[in-house]
Write a protein that binds this ligand. Structure first.
Ligand code: CIR
Length: 257
């Protein structure tokens, strides 16, 4: 059960965010992104979460994607080591927010040469799947596993070969259900889950987000919406178009715990 979330307002420099245009191309419209972000925060609050919405930071174009510089659970927080130069400094900023909720002995760090971004980390009960991607390397995984094992969690590395982060291609919806890309459907790590393969033209909607039983689904992906609704989950549609232009999806806009 999530009770809290941390978010961070998009900055005007968002238009310079890193992008491979894997979902959508074009430049985000800052004003619209700010509105969409306010709505995202309002939806989390409507679901009962206490949300700390941090001020925008113009020094870091991608800093609204707070999921990447930290991984949080009920018991501990890990400050990651984001892989790209333009994002690495975000780890020094997120820590002030993390310290409002965690004591010093609950806060850990991934150190160079380890790299990690939270978009590669997917928790299923007490087991972490960790994407091995351009952003999260084997050393990052090794350090992560050593930390989480102290708290009774396990971790498993999964290759990410089709784009940015693990959770762009597989998401856990709870109740043993996963949304997967065609490629992740072949991944042995996920063989025991009920997998629902999302068509290539709706790839962006894999990153839907279960908040205490209600699933937030990006607007504009009717086939995925139907799959989620047919599974019996209540859904809320969220327009995330401006973030999708710089490879940002729903989970990346918050840390939930
Ligand atoms: C980046 O390339 O780092 C950002 N433009 C997008 C980050 C998205 N984060 C996520 O999915 N967790």
């Amino acid at each position: 059960m999530f009770t809290k979330a941390i978010t961070k307002k998009p900055c005007r420099a968002l238009i310079d965010g890193i992008t491979t245009a894997m979902f959508d191309d074009g430049t985000p419209d800052y004003e619209l992104a700010a509105k969409q972000h306010d709505n995202y925060v309002a939806v989390l609050r409507s679901l009962g979460l206490e949300v700390l919405d941090l001020d925008a930071d113009e020094r870091y174009p991608d800093s609204c994607f707070v999921e990447d510089p930290a991984v949080v659970t009920a018991e501990f927080a890990i400050i990651t080591n984001p892989a790209t130069d333009s994002r690495n400094g975000e780890k020094y900023e997120i820590i002030d927010a993390i310290k409002k909720f965690y004591s010093d002995d609950q806060i850990f760090h991934i150190e160079a040469p380890g790299t990690m971004e939270g978009g590669d980390v997917m928790l299923v009960d007490k087991h972490f799947f960790v994407g091995q991607s351009d952003r999260t390397n084997a050393e990052g995984f090794k350090q992560f596993e050593a930390i989480v094992s102290k708290f009774g969690y396990t971790a498993e590395a999964v290759p990410v070969t089709e784009g940015l982060h693990l959770k762009d291609f597989v998401i856990y919806l709870e109740n043993n259900n996963m949304l997967v890309s065609a490629k992740m459907n072949e991944e042995p790590a996920f063989k025991d889950y009920n997998r629902f393969v999302i068509d290539a033209d709706e790839l962006y909607a894999i990153n839907s987000m279960n908040i205490n039983g209600t699933v937030l689904v990006p607007e504009g992906f009717p086939k995925t919406l139907k799959i989620i609704q047919d599974l019996g989950y209540p859904t809320i549609l969220v327009n995330n178009s401006e973030f999708s232009k710089i490879d940002g999806s729903l989970t990346c806009l918050s840390l939930r715990f």
